[in-house]
Ligand binder design. Sequence first.
Ligand code: ASP
Ligand code: MG
Length: 423
Amino acid sequence: MEVYKFGGASVANAVSVKNVAQIIKNSSPTHLLIVVSAMGKITDKLEALVKAYIYGDADAHELLDQVKSFHLAVMHDLFEDPKHPVYNDVANSFVEIEWLLEEEPNDAPDYIYDQIVSIGEIVSTKILTAWLNTSGCPATWVDARNYIRTDNTYKEAKVDWELTEKEIQTKLAPLLEKTIAVTQGFIGSTSENFTTTLGRDGSDYSAALFSAGLNANALTIWKDVPGVLNADPKWFTETEHIPELSYHDAIELTYYGANVIHPKTIKPLQNRNIPLQVRSFIHPDGPGTKITGVKTPLPVPSFIFKVNQVLISIFPKDFSFIIEENLSDIFSIFHKHKVKVNTMLNSAISFSVSVDNDDVKIKALLSNLSELYKVKYNTGLELVTIRYYNQGTIDRVTEQKDILLEVKSRHTCQIVMRNRSGE
Ligand code: ASP
Ligand code: MG
């Protein structure tokens, strides 16, 4: 049993859908589950649609039309026959959004979000399944919501692993004996069968859950990069390919923001000792990266960049010391606002953290913190994390930068910085 995961970039248009189908056919699988994300940037579009519907900052119907036309254009390129059932199938999926838009938005924005945004995965999988069947590779469309069972924390649902595993083992495994199947990443459902989503970029995590439940031989995540690199080519001109990686290093790298795989992906695989392969859908014959339990030391230092950081410094109002009680207070405020701390440092009278600058969340967080503490903050910063750092690597990334914060542990160095003023 194998599991393949294809992200949005691998199914961004008709040509790429064909490419994915070719990869599947070339591997001539007998037992294969294919986990797919929404096409291209459709999830962003659907997020905008949700915002438009709830806050009225844009025309939700107009956005829905754009999403529909996008998929229609892809289908036109794939299916010549205008009576192909996929047209109807996809149109029916969008009807769910249309119905929602007819109602006034209720006061559960995260619930609405999940009902709307999940449609991206529903339609991408319908299109890929139809294309596989039309092009001579019989495949069955499977609804992930029958297997990935979650609580009702909409937009960030927590998976009920025991139930999920049971559903996968008793219902999905027997089906996969007979057919290869295509299912959705990113989505699940509550015990009352309401659709949930697992958090942005959650399809990798879905694929890992399916792999663990099926006790697969391997999970392959197909990406637009040749495998795991020591830095994101977006920020770094010279990158190096890492052929083998331990689960441990993979967890560390993704935790700090290496966005090659979602951070939650590794744990379910590690628990079952299932290898994870990261391979390129552009050069499917390339070696990729193999992530396993074997402790291979990272051959090169790795760099992870995060931009748009806010550095928040928190001081007791009376300039007293920061004590454990304050810290526990502060962390519970961060937790309440669902703000993830990227790095932190405390001194005698202050506590500093760097976080992603999500406008809405940070505003609420800062105002909450200010009720109890004196708060200062700087925006527009970069955070770089270097795994297996040395002075040379630090000098390299901080050239022309002003450093606002530097935190080092044995293998990891984190620096919050900005462009040197005047440059
Ligand atoms: N389509 C979802 C997103 O873009 C899930 C995923 O791609 O993993 O966040
Ligand atoms: Mg996506």
